[in-house]
Write a protein of this length. Structure first.
Length: 278
């Protein structure tokens, strides 16, 4: 039996076809949520929705692309057509990158990352907010520890996650008297395919993770930590002890944190070769 109940609450999840979004959808289904799941890959999304229904929840799959404003509007409208309300919006969809800035010869990947990670969350929030205000609902944004501090090889990704943090932290203040809560989630490295699909300096997916994935947090553990934070409307969740210690250390010895981050990244396999100009 699910520890936290979301029974009859309409929960909208972007990026629900895999990774954290998929696991969160399955867990919410077990807790009785009424789910509307969004992603680009309809086949994978339908499979997730089917499993959610097998676990006792209601789930509707809607093909959408968070980087497209009209797609986000349609996604929210489909939710209202189905359930007539929204209780929780989980902005989870995102893409990553893995390359030093100087290796890029084209800035298009940076625009794409910002469009998906930042504007995608902004679009969905914009269209869902009137309904969340009616339900005194919850806004949830899945960020990253790179939304708290810069990390070598992740400049575009970190920028997009910092933008998310600034937007949702501001929105929390603006919505203080409306009953709508804002929860920011800051995971560390989680064992998903996001790094396999991360953008390299040539603008294409790496197709292979640059990390040793055996040392990363499982999606199950990640969602274990997320569920109570969402249920209790926590302000934010920084998932790992190392992450929390790093943020504290950054306040008193920022240069040391920079050195630690650079040393950690230099041990990994990095796609640092300069991209060929076309």
């Amino acid at each position: 039996m699910a520890k936290y109940s979301f029974r009859n609450q309409v929960v909208v999840v972007t990026g629900a076809s895999s990774g954290i979004g998929k696991e969160l959808a399955l867990r919410l289904a077990e807790s009785g949520a009424l789910l509307v799941l969004g992603a680009r890959n309809m086949a994978k999304l339908e499979a997730v929705a089917k499993t959610c229904r097998q676990k006792g929840g209601q789930a509707t799959a809607v093909q959408m692309d968070v980087s497209d404003k009209e797609s986000c509007r349609n996604f929210i409208e489909k939710t209202i057509e189905k359930f007539e309300k929204i209780d929780i919006l989980v902005n989870n969809a995102g893409i990553s990158m893995w390359s030093y800035f100087e290796a890029f010869t084209d800035l298009t990947p940076f625009e794409k990352i910002m469009q998906v990670n930042y504007f995608g969350s902004l679009y969905c929030t914009f269209y869902a907010l009137p309904y969340l205000k009616k339900s005194k609902g919850r806004l949830v944004a899945i960020s990253s520890l790179t939304g708290k501090t810069g990390v070598p090889t992740r400049s575009g990704y970190a920028a997009s996650k910092h933008a998310m943090a600034g937007f949702f932290d501001t929105l929390r203040i603006e919505l203080k008297d409306t009953g709508v809560s804002v929860t920011m989630i800051y995971p560390g490295f989680v064992a998903t395919d996001v790094r396999k699909h991360a953008i390299g300096s040539n603008g294409k997916s790496l197709e292979k993770s640059p990390l040793d994935e055996t040392a990363t947090m499982t999606v199950e553990k990640c969602v274990d930590l997320m569920m109570p934070a969402i249920a209790k409307r926590k302000r934010e969740l920084v998932m790992t002890l190392k992450g929390r210690l790093g943020l504290w250390l950054k306040l008193i010895a920022p240069g040391l944190v920079d050195s630690i981050a650079l040393k950690a990244v230099s041990k990994k396999k990095q796609p640092i070769k300069k991209a060929d100009k076309k």
